[in-house]
Design a binder for this molecule. Sequence first.
Ligand SMILES: CCCCCCCCCCCCCC(=O)SCCNC(=O)CCNC(=O)[C@H](O)C(C)(C)COP(=O)(O)OP(=O)(O)OC[C@H]1O[C@@H](n2cnc3c(N)ncnc32)[C@H](O)[C@@H]1OP(=O)(O)O
Ligand SMILES: Nc1ncnc2c1ncn2[C@@H]1O[C@H](COP(=O)(O)OP(=O)(O)OP(=O)(O)O)[C@@H](O)[C@H]1O
Ligand SMILES: O=C(O)CCC(=O)C(=O)O
Ligand SMILES: [Fe+2]
Ligand SMILES: [Mg+2]
Length: 308
Amino acid sequence: MSRAAERLRLLITHLDRPPAAIVSFYSRLFYEENGFLLIKNLVSEEDIDRFRREFERICRQEIKVPGLVVMRDVAIAKSEFVPDQKAVSKLQDFQEDPELFRYCSLPEILKYVECFIGPNIMAMHTMLINKPPDAGKKTSRHPMHQDLHYFPFRPADRIVCAWTAMEKVSRQNGCLVVLPGSHKGTLQEHDYPEWEGGVNKMYHGVRGYDPQHPRVHLEMEKGDTVFFHPLLIHGSGMNQTQGFRKAISCHYASGDCYYIDVKGTTQENIEKEVKEIAARKYAVGDEITLKDTWAVRGRLVQGARISM
Ligand SMILES: CCCCCCCCCCCCCC(=O)SCCNC(=O)CCNC(=O)[C@H](O)C(C)(C)COP(=O)(O)OP(=O)(O)OC[C@H]1O[C@@H](n2cnc3c(N)ncnc32)[C@H](O)[C@@H]1OP(=O)(O)O
Ligand SMILES: Nc1ncnc2c1ncn2[C@@H]1O[C@H](COP(=O)(O)OP(=O)(O)OP(=O)(O)O)[C@@H](O)[C@H]1O
Ligand SMILES: O=C(O)CCC(=O)C(=O)O
Ligand SMILES: [Fe+2]
Ligand SMILES: [Mg+2]
C-alpha cells in the first residue's frame, strides 16, 4: 500500500467514529491500489438464507429457470456414478430467476458498484458457486485467472465483480486467493492448466504468472462481500472439507461500455468455446456472435442501457 493509504488506514483505526468521507476515500484508494475491496457483513443473513433456499429448489428441480446453466464438477460428471443433486458445482445465468436475481439489485451492493463503474449499471453475468468437497483429484480448484478473459466488452475499469460469501469461507474450504495490484497489468494469455486430475470446462488459467507475487487469501464470513476488478488475478483453492462452499456473484458493467471484436487477440480461444456451447444452448448455428451471447444475458439494474 502507498504511504497515503497506510496513513489513512491508521487514522481510521485510531478514530472512534471516523468521518464517512474519510472511510469512503480510503476504500476507493484501497481498490485503486489493490484491485479489490472487502466489505464485511454487507448482505443480510435473511437474504442469503433466501438465496440458499432458492438454490435448493433449483437443485431439486422444483422450478425450471430459462437460460440457466447447471454445471457439475468434472470429477463427478466423468465418473460412472449417477450424480445426485448434490453434484451441482455452479449455477450460471440466473437472470431469469427473480429470487436469485434480487442479489444483483440489492441497494447495499449497487451503492458500491456505482462508485466503481458509474450510475448506469448492467448485470452481465450471474453465478452461484457451490464448490464441492474435492473428490480427490483437486478438480475443485479454480486456477488463477482474470475475468476479463471471458468478456468481449470494455473498458475494463467500467467492469466490477461483486462476490458474497453465503457461509464462512476459509482456506480449508477454498476461499478466494488474489494477487493484490495485479489489476494494474494487462490481460494475459489464458489456457487450460496442465493438471493431472483434470480441469473443469472453461476453467482457463493465466499462463505463467509470477509465483513470487504476494498472494492474499480472502477468508470471509457469511454476508461479507468482495468487489474486484476484472484484471485482478485470482483463483480459489481446493475444498478440503465435506461441505459445499457457497458464494453468489454478479459481474457488472457500465451501460455505456462497448463490445469489441476479439479476433486476433488472446481471447480467441475462449470465444471458440463459448460459441460452441451457446450454439447448443440456444439451438442456433455458428452465426451466433460472442457479442450476442452477452447482449441477450445482460440486464439493466440501474440507470440507462446505452450501448450494451
Ligand atoms: C452462452 C453460454 C456461454 C457461457 C459463457 C460463460 C462465461 C463465463 C464468464 C465469467 C467468468 C467466470 C469464470 C468461470 O466461471 S469459468 C467456468 C465457466 N464454466 C462454464 O461456463 C461451463 C458451463 N457449463 C456448461 O456449459 C455445461 O455444464 C457443460 C458443457 C460443461 C456440460 O454440459 P452438459 O451439462 O450438457 O453435460 P453433459 O452431461 O451433456 O456432458 C457433455 C460432456 O461434457 C462433459 N462435462 C460435463 N461437465 C463437465 C465439466 N465440468 N468439465 C468438463 N467436462 C464436463 C461430460 O463428461 C461430457 O463429455 P463426454 O463424456 O462426452 O466427453
Ligand atoms: N499446481 C497449480 N497450478 C496452478 N495453480 C494452482 C496450483 N495449485 C493451486 N493453484 C491455484 O492457486 C490458488 C491458491 O491455491 P491454494 O488455496 O491451495 O493456496 P495455497 O497458497 O497453497 O494455500 P493452502 O496452503 O491453504 O493450500 C488457487 O487459485 C489454486 O487453484
Ligand atoms: O471459486 C470461486 O468462487 C471463484 C470463481 C471465479 O473466480 C469465477 O468463477 O470467475
Ligand atoms: Fe473469476
Ligand atoms: Mg494449497
